[in-house]
Design a protein around this ligand. Sequence first.
Ligand SMILES: [Zn+2]
Length: 550
Amino acid sequence: MKNRRKKLIKFLFIFIWLISVSLFSPAEQKPLTVAESSQFTATSRYSDVMEFVRELMRQSALLRVETLCQSPEGREVPLLIIGNPPPSSPQALKYDKRGIIYIQANIHAGEVEGKEASLMLARHILLSETHPYLDKLIILIAPIFNADGNEKISVENRRNQLGPEKGVGVRSNGQNLDLNRDSMKMESPEIQGLVQNVLMRWDPLLLVDCHTTNGSLHQEPVTYSWPLNPNGDLSILVYQREKMLPAINKILKEKYNIASIPFGDFKDARDPEKGWQTFSHHPRFLTNYVGLRNRLAILNENYAYADYKTRILGCYSFLLSILDYCQDHLEEISRLAAEADARTIKRGLEPSEKDSFAVEIEVMALPEKITIQGYEMEVIPREGTWPEVKKKDKKKSYIMPYFADFIPKREVRFPFAYLLTTSDPEIIAKLLQHGLVVDKLLEPTTLEIESFQIKEVKAAERLYQGHRLNSIKGEYILEKKEFPEGTLLVRTDQLLGNLAAYLLEPESDDGLLVWNFFDRYIVPQWGRGFETYPVYRLLEPANLVSKTLR
Ligand SMILES: [Zn+2]
């Protein structure tokens, strides 16, 4: 009897101990970013990011990690897949209505707040009880896109930027390439991995690319842009510019109390009201490239002269605002992308005379003026060079035109297809890397086509990203030509019809001819003059017997 009582008391003790342990022990420690644990004096190294991600995986089943690419120096660049539940593969989403949003940081590894903010965002979504956004969205995050650049942390890098005081990484990747100029030529494993393992594999509706500004002095800590190139589907460009980003700007202000403005620089800091000017329309810039693929893209540039903590919190709140908007407008943005795809294919099936491709593009002011909260400026003349412009303490708001409307200056007719009379393996590989559908003619075919007769080729004197960019002059000739069996064919009635034109048009300002892919084909072995550009434009629809390359 006594024994049984003893046993019962012992059992009760153990029971109470177990209950109290489970009820009163502190919750699992949420991991801190290096920015947070260093009181905002340092940024994470690659190993810190991986450790943070591993800890999130330990604490949450809603995170899976894939490899985006292996960097030139051999680091596995992580891609976080966050969902409730996280999909095991894109195929698992066939009957799933959730939208996919992709957030990328650290493409320029001296611009680090996106890395810290995107890790905080992953933690917030995964470890808070409500798991915000995950009813509607699957969120992909590449927090350390340029891992090799990140590891070259030094206090000497980006000294103009306000912190972190223990230094940041460098702009370029392990091949000394600027990854935000690599979208068209795709020479880095990072951009190749992005296109193959994110854009083609997961097909996100929206890409967000986080940076830090370099230029003008203003008060707003967050700036942003949309895809700028007018050879993309204009409904996406206009929707993002007129509706989406103004709404996100408003959410950021009203819900998170942070001011933001469209990205830009004063055309002339000595006289700010001359205008605010955005960057270039070229699709070598990632967000412009994504626009050409009929998907939404947001460039985030946080203000370099805001302190590090302000930049991180600005970026973090901006990302939250974007997700707030996307979950509320998911059907709208899904429809927008689907309609752009359908329009692209329809145009390619039967391009009309009005369908065009802009070979020269100029920037104009948008109809509405922009207000920038700036400072009074002090202009100090300097002998033999530009005057130095400094900000005074007194704040001043400027109202001025915003040069961000890229419009066609010269256009050519948009063709039904391109025929390539070279089977250069590098060129074929490049087209396939972008995800284009490339065919081969199965029989000799005579067609009336436009050839481009080159009159002049100028290679840039100064090397740029390892290239001497070509600019060419010439004329189009309408002629009949027989194409042998095996000729490569790129039809424009495909999802990436806009990108196909941008890569292959002879006069494209960011195409493969510009980036030297055709150099060996345009100059004859003997004699003077030039060969015909080996890509022919087929304007009218034709019944072509062909087979798709795999
Ligand atoms: Zn940047």
